[in-house]
Ligand binder design. Structure first.
Ligand SMILES: C=C(OP(=O)(O)O)C(=O)O
Ligand SMILES: [Mg+2]
Length: 558
């Protein structure tokens, strides 16, 4: 049986399904204890100790894969599980006649209330506490562990959607593919999958009905999931992937078309931990440093020193290149605990986010820009800083002034609001460069929330209307890159270059294929593909006619 969703991260993954387990039920208040009070207490304390051990072991794994923040979070959780006050609470509840699981549940309840009422910082830790409680109760009741499953063998992770917290401890060596029921091509599950180089299919209806252990073959390029495939199908898929890798290994060096037109190929990163993959894949610099990962899952902003360190680490990795850092893009699909929207927002994507949020919290913007300026001082790397969610020239001028005040010489703006693309020449007189955020630009052009899987067909940067807006921004007279997910698609990358885009930034694993696709086509062929795509009347037709104008794609198995 073959299921079809949206392929968002190319590659082949084969393995048994492991689902993210659902919620752990509350143990009944009247559940009878299984043994006497002593045995029941011993069982509860042993479960707490086992959960703490397990959290520490997962922390060590997170550290091994370079995720030190993940390790800190898990170690802090282990400490909570080992809290002597918690153990006393469990003893007292068991003495009152509760079962081990119920005693654990109620003892956590006392802490939960204390934390929830103790101010913003501690309230944010309630989720961590609930996670430890659920893990302990699951262990006592013999239920599957909540969250990302543990497995000794590689597996295909299946979930409704993946939250950043679910993925903090993912070991890329264990997860051979992601399949999710929700999430569009530009959702953060998709972005994460591409960053990790893990094949992924999203927006697959019924994905969570796949039983644990079912073998599946995931094709993250085609968007298909073959359930229980024959050995021959798996072998063929792996052979095709190997042929493609061999073709890719041939394309090296800076990005350029067949006739030598230079198109710098840059990487999208979320922090210093993504730099090695960018370098390995030949990135000529960073085209989008998403700084919100530094601010995520914490109740206060990172300190000035912490920010400076994270920025400098990235800048130092590209002494001859450029690093384009995006100022904090909080709000909508990237909510931050310490920067909540000012009120209820029925449409968060149209609310206070990006530069709008930074203007409300100018101290956060100023601190970030100063940390960036300090991080770059004395280095040869070219630091460029851009603002997210900019609508008009006044906003662009505001951001450029803030950069200048901090000593940053190359301010730019993201073009992700249709108004900004339509009036690109107004904005171009205020800043030094543009970077097209095609994820949001597509969301806003097609009025299709990027977080809704059912609208995947409209979240397609091949939509001719999106291509028109790209062309409008690209001819405004200043350098104009693309850092949205559109740049990951080799055919679309050629079209973007044909539209006048001057650099492309993408997830590191996509660089070789895009480099190879550009190297096999001339600038004129890219221009012809761009014209053909803009002349089409649907995304599908645009893609089909562009492909006809890009004959060498077939030699890359595309
Ligand atoms: C690159 C973009 O930003 P993000 O995906 O982080 O919103 C975009 O919108 O295209
Ligand atoms: Mg965006």
């Amino acid at each position: 049986m073959e299921l079809r969703g949206a392929g968002v991260s190319p590659g082949i993954g084969f393995g048994p399904v492991r689902g993210i387990a659902g919620a752990v039920p509350e143990p009944g208040a009247d559940d009878a204890p299984a043994g006497d009070a002593e045995a029941e207490t011993a069982a509860a304390l042993a479960a707490l100790a086992a959960v703490a051990d397990d959290l520490e072991a997962r922390g060590a794994i997170a550290a091994e894969v370079g995720n030190r923040e993940g390790q800190d979070v898990l170690n802090a959780q282990a400490l909570m599980a080992r809290d002597p006050g918690l153990a006393d609470g469990v003893r007292a509840k068991v003495a009152e006649g509760r079962s081990a699981a119920r005693a654990v549940f109620e003892s956590f309840g006392v802490y939960r209330e204390m934390l929830a009422g103790a101010g913003e910082y501690l309230a944010a830790r309630v989720t961590d506490l609930d996670d430890i409680r659920d893990r302990t109760v699951a262990r006592l009741l013999g239920l599957p562990m909540p969250g990302v499953p543990e497995s000794d063998e590689p597996f295909v992770l299946v979930a409704r959607d993946l939250a950043p917290a679910d993925t903090a401890v993912l070991d890329p060596a264990k997860v051979v593919a992601f399949v999710t029921e929700e999430g569009g091509p530009t959702s953060h599950t998709a972005i994460l999958a591409r960053t990790m180089g893990v094949p992924a299919v999203v927006a697959l209806p019924g994905a969570t009905d796949l039983a644990d252990g079912t073998p599946v073959l995931v094709d993250g390029g085609a968007g298909t999931v073959v359930v229980d495939p024959s050995a021959e199908i798996v072998r063929e898929a792996r052979d095709a992937a190997a042929t493609r890798s061999a073709a890719l290994a041939e394309a090296t060096g800076p990005g350029r078309t067949k006739d030598g037109h230079s198109v710098p190929l840059l990487a999208n990163i979320g922090g210093p931990k993504d730099v090695p993959a960018a370098v390995e894949n030949g990135a000529e610099g960073v085209g989008l440093y998403r700084t919100e990962f530094l601010f995520l899952d914490r109740a206060t902003p990172p300190t000035d020193a912490e920010q400076e360190r994270a920025y400098r680490e990235v800048l130092e990795a590209f002494p001859n290149g450029r690093v384009v850092v995006r100022a904090l893009d909080a709000g909508a699909d990237k909510p931050l605990a310490f920067l909540p929207p000012p009120g209820e927002e029925p449409n968060p994507a149209l609310g206070e986010r990006g530069l709008r949020m930074l203007r409300r919290h100018e101290d956060v913007l100023t601190a970030q820009l100063s940390a960036l300026a300090r991080a770059a001082s004395g280095l040869t790397t070219k630091l460029q800083v851009m603002a997210p969610m900019v609508t008009d020239a006044e906003e662009a001028a505001y951001f450029a002034a803030a950069c200048r005040a901090a000593g940053i010489e190359h301010p730019g703006v993201m073009i992700e609001v249709p108004a900004a693309a339509l009036r690109a020449t107004d904005l171009a007189s205020e800043v030094k460069f543009f970077s097209l955020g095609t994820n949001d630009l597509t969301q806003y052009t097609c009025a299709a929330d990027r977080q809704i899987g059912g609208l995947a067909h409209l979240q397609d940067a091949w939509q001719p209307a999106v291509l028109d807006l790209v062309a409008s921004a690209a001819c405004a007279g200043i350098p104009c890159g693309v850092c949205g997910e559109a740049a990951n698609d080799p055919a679309l990358a050629c079209v973007l270059v044909g539209l006048g885009v001057t650099s492309l930034s993408m997830s590191a694993p996509s660089l070789p294929l895009v480099r190879a696709a550009l190297a096999r086509h001339t600038l004129d062929e890219c221009r012809a593909a761009a014209s053909a795509a803009r002349a089409a009347r649907s995304a599908e037709a645009a893609k089909a006619s562009a492909r006809q104008a890009l004959p060498a794609l077939a030699s890359l198995g595309l």
